[in-house]
Design a protein around this ligand. Structure first.
Ligand code: ATP
Ligand code: MG
Length: 411
């Protein structure tokens, strides 16, 4: 089966039914609570507010439940709800009238309600509260952080349903299924690493899997080891996605605030991935122009201690890069900056070497130093040569795959 490579796996392999979600997460109160709220809803009752960390299936559950119980879904996200007028116009009719032509129930879904910031925010909250009170159809909302004081009026008219981070075991189960469907033989330990790094966020796990495994027949621990080098908080792939998909200068600038990457590291990431994201020579040339400007200013700022230049650097590397876009954003498989990768590998190698020395030291009753200087060189020679002794030694010392690989390639 060949699907275009830019289809995100989070879409392609998204669960399509409640049963499929439960197969992954197990029996869960939040699913049952949401379903029974919807089934029992009558005009005048509370709305539902689904809340919890990103990528745990809030939007997904609403979509799947609507489909399964045959509701017509009216979905609006934060940008649509930003002004009271639009909100009323879009939702007003559907909430007050019951269609003459369709027997389907309707469900209004206000997604990412905590993104209602800026102009008209208080008005929007007020409008939604009124809507909830008047509505002839059920209204469900989703948010990451529902405890923002500004959302209090909404909390008062809603049934709160909490989504927790997903368990590692649930994530691994889903990743395994995806690998099977994609024809990838995946080492369980590799999937475990991806799942652990995702910290309960399925979207992030699936995105990482696609980045490291797409197009491969096998996925090993080695393929994912560099993911470890990435500080989860940096979420560099997410940062790049946000940056490259930004439609407005402000959104692009905000990427810097939401990322813990320092701007120099972010520049490495952008540099590495520009040609992957921008394939049209014209947009690529424009983007490189801005990146080069950022680099020149960075040099100047450091040499002359002119910190006030930082805002220009940030503008060039965020707004400049995002506004170079000519074609709509498309999913891209990003790569790890080679420079950072080299450093991380060196660190990994040191760790492997040390653990081999430890094994030798304890088996041969030597100091680690002696193990390293006197035994290790022989092991290298033996592992490089083709001979059967390798297997026995490896078993005796209890070496794992990466240790063997390390010994085969002279470190
Ligand atoms: N329980 C799950 N089982 C399988 N896949 C899941 C699950 N939860 C999320 N996903 C995957 O992650 C993607 C993102 O999930 P979703 O959009 O529902 O997250 P969310 O909780 O709404 O996050 P946000 O707060 O960022 O809006 C889904 O498209 C799906 O591919
Ligand atoms: Mg969502």
């Amino acid at each position: 089966m060949s699907t275009p490579s830019y289809v995100p796996w989070t879409e392609k392999h998204k669960p399509r039914s409640i049963a499929e979600i439960k197969e992954i997460v197990g029996e869960a109160d939040y699913i049952d609570n949401f379903v029974s709220w919807l089934k029992n809803w009558r005009p005048g009752e509370k709305a539902a507010l689904l809340y919890g960390p990103p990528g745990v299936g809030k939007t997904l559950l609403v979509e799947v439940v609507a489909k399964e119980f045959d509701y017509e879904l009216f979905q609006l996200n934060a940008s649509d709800t930003r002004t009271e007028g639009t909100l009323r116009r879009l939702v007003g009719q559907s909430s007050r009238t019951v269609s003459l032509y369709s027997s389907k129930g309707k469900l209004i879904f206000l997604d990412e309600i905590d993104g209602l910031y800026g102009i008209g925010e208080a008005d929007a909250v007020k409008a939604i509260v009124e809507l909830i009170k008047e509505s002839r159809v059920p209204i469900v909302m989703a948010a990451n952080d529902p405890w923002d004081p500004k959302l209090r009026p909404l909390r008062e008219v809603s049934v709160m349903i909490e989504f927790k981070r997903l368990r590692s075991s649930s994530i691994i189960k889903h990743l395994k299924k995806i690998c099977t469907k994609e024809g990838i033989m995946a080492d369980e330990r590799a999937l475990k690493i991806i799942a652990e790094l995702a910290e309960g966020d399925m979207r992030s796990a699936v995105n990482d899997l696609q980045a490291v495994a797409q197009g491969k027949k096998r996925l090993t621990v080695n393929d994912v080891s560099w993911l470890r080098a990435r500080n989860r908080q940096y979420q560099a792939f997410d940062v790049l996605r946000m940056l490259f998909s930004a439609k407005r200068c402000d959104d692009a600038r905000n990427v810097i605030n939401s990322s813990l990457l320092d701007y120099e590291t972010l520049m490495l990431w952008i540099d590495e991935n520009l040609p992957r994201q921008y394939t049209d020579p014209e947009e690529l040339a424009k983007a490189y122009y801005y990146l080069a400007r950022a680099d020149v200013f960075l040099g100047r700022m450091k040499r002359r201690q002119k910190w006030e230049l930082l805002k220009y650097i940030i503008d060039f590397m965020t707004a400049g890069i995002a506004m170079s876009k000519i074609h709509p954003y498309r999913f891209t498989k990003y790569g790890f900056p080679q420079k950072i990768l080299l450093l991380a590998k060196a660190k990994d190698m040191r760790a492997i070497r040390e653990s081999i020395c430890e094994k030798i030291a304890s088996k041969c009753h030597l100091s680690r130093k002696k193990a390293s200087t006197e035994v290790m060189p022989f092991l290298h020679v033996m592992f490089e040569a083709s001979g059967l002794a390798k297997r026995d030694i490896s078993r005796w010392l209890d070496l794992n795959e990466s240790m063997e690989a390390f010994l085969k390639k002279r470190g």
